[in-house]
Design a protein. Structure first.
Length: 202
């Protein structure tokens, strides 16, 4: 559970500031932050993960499961041996990212994504862009290294309220490691605490 909590902090919201200036970190975060559209009125935030697949650059997106849960369908299928069973499938969502020049938004990239897997208990979902090589940058995981301690600077980048507030950046610091919380429906878990503002919808 601790590793998952740290993955969430690093993947969805936080980056430790090392040698880079805060403005450079914020600009990098905005390059990997996307907005997910999973229906006419449902939007959420996600972060790009780029990995090689069959010699080509493939883009994946980590997001919260509740953002895409409305795309879930259960279908009756007949197996090769004639048995009837239920199969869970997901309709496609879409991801969009702002294109910026300086301080001005000049357009958006919009790409269809498939839902590869979802975990409602941990509220995590993994998506894959249908097109290859759309985004050059992605996040990196450092889970085998020591977690940033109290006082370490962190940033959060997301789309609070949806696309109109895409790639909004806030900053703060790590407050404490190893907090134990019990969440309704999830049981107890170990979390690392930070004071970086994360607005509803991000």
């Amino acid at each position: 559970m601790r590793a998952l909590a740290l993955a969430l902090i690093l993947a969805l919201s936080a980056v430790q500031v090392l040698a880079a200036a805060p403005q450079e970190v914020a600009a990098d975060l905005q390059q990997v932050c996307v907005t997910i559209r999973s229906g006419d009125s449902i939007q959420g935030s996600g972060v790009v993960v780029t990995r090689p697949v069959d010699g080509q650059s493939a883009n994946f997106v980590l997001t919260a499961y509740h953002v895409v849960q409305n795309l879930r369908e259960v279908k009756d299928v007949i197996t090769a041996d004639g048995q009837s069973r239920k199969q869970v499938v997901y309709r496609d969502a879409a991801v969009t990212r702002e294109l910026r020049q300086g301080t001005r938004t000049v357009g958006r990239t919009l790409v269809d994504v498939e839902v590869l897997n979802g975990d409602p208990e941990r509220d995590l979902a993994l998506l894959r862009l249908r097109a290859l090589g759309v985004f050059a940058k992605g996040i990196e995981f450092y889970l085998d290294e020591k977690a940033p301690g109290p006082g370490s600077a962190v940033f959060h980048c997301a789309s609070p309220g949806g696309e109109q507030n895409a790639a909004s950046v806030t900053g703060g610091q790590v407050c404490q490691l190893g907090r134990i919380f019990e969440r309704e429906g999830f049981g107890k878990g170990e979390y690392d605490q930070c004071d970086t503002a994360a607005l509803p919808g991000s």
